[in-house]
Design a protein around this ligand. Sequence first.
Ligand code: ATP
Ligand code: MG
Length: 356
Amino acid sequence: MGSYKIAIIEGDGIGKEVMAQALRILRELEQLEPEISFQLEQLDWSSDYYLEHGRMMPENWRDILMPQDAILFGAIGDARVKDEVTIWELIMPIRKEFRQYINYRPVQSLPNIASPLEDKTGINFSIFRENAEGEYSNSGGRMFKGESSEMAIQNTIMTRKGIERITRAAGEYARKHGKCKVTSATKSNAIIHTNTLWDECVERVMREEFPELELESYYIDALAAYFVQRPKSFEVVLASNLFGDILSDLGSGIVGGLGLSPSGNINPEKDYPSMFEPVHGSAPDIAGLGIANPIAQIWSAALLLEHIGETEVAGKVINAIQAVLEENRVLTKDIGGQATTEEMGTAIIEKLNAQY
Ligand code: ATP
Ligand code: MG
């Protein structure tokens, strides 16, 4: 219970539309929970901002974000600005400099949501993706451009410290939430330097610090198949940056799609603010139409509430989302309905009120 400072970066396209609904939820919670209040710092960092200022964020962005308890982010992406700029000048600096080394993604079956799986109920696991190193490094380069000998090298950087801390985060989450098993994704049979270090560090941390938890380890190719064949067998999945990225979208795909999937970029030590965002992008194809599904954004706000310690309130927001889907009446286009973004927001607010 308390007063929380939250930075709001709605970004581009549908980011603005879905964020408006998440903000309605936060305002509603202030009414429903007299002891909770939010100081929202709304920041217009976006592609428009870039076109005007020549940068995605002001120079003092760290000073603006540091005092915040958390950051709620919408989506970024615009045809007028290169992806390298939007990603490497906004999302990446925040993730890296604020040591948000966990990318957390819950994967959960939701009522009445179409899935490519025949048996789609009862899926409930969490992915811990390493978010600060690994395959997504800038190190490398291209040689002999245009010649027949042209080549490119991209280095993967994995450190003992980096692997140990993401493993610890997964283990601690499993312990806290009463899970019994952690599943590690690897490819140490083919990627023999970085992935053997991964296996060794994961194995040691799990054995020494979480002896009560079972550790299983699968090659990423096999694990991708198991995600489809027996997704209910997973509880906590631990993966490198690239493997975790792919598994996260696969996880999102088997339970119903982008409009429903939240994520957190988390600094568990809380020495820097963490950032919560929907998995989807700015969706230029539907931007401005008012038909985007706000659930992923609202669920991301719930993950934020959980992170700042408001676990019970976060649970109520997630219950409200589930109650709307359970009722199967108000549905946006992506999940087979006609409702607008705002109507979905209103329906979730109603279900939230019903819990008080
Ligand atoms: P970006 O470059 O910003 O990542 P993108 O086009 O690569 O954008 P998304 O924005 O994630 O990827 O969109 C992928 C597809 O999913 C699009 O067809 C989009 O309309 C749809 N989509 C994404 N998010 C939502 C949502 N919240 N509600 C409805 N449809 C969505
Ligand atoms: Mg995208």
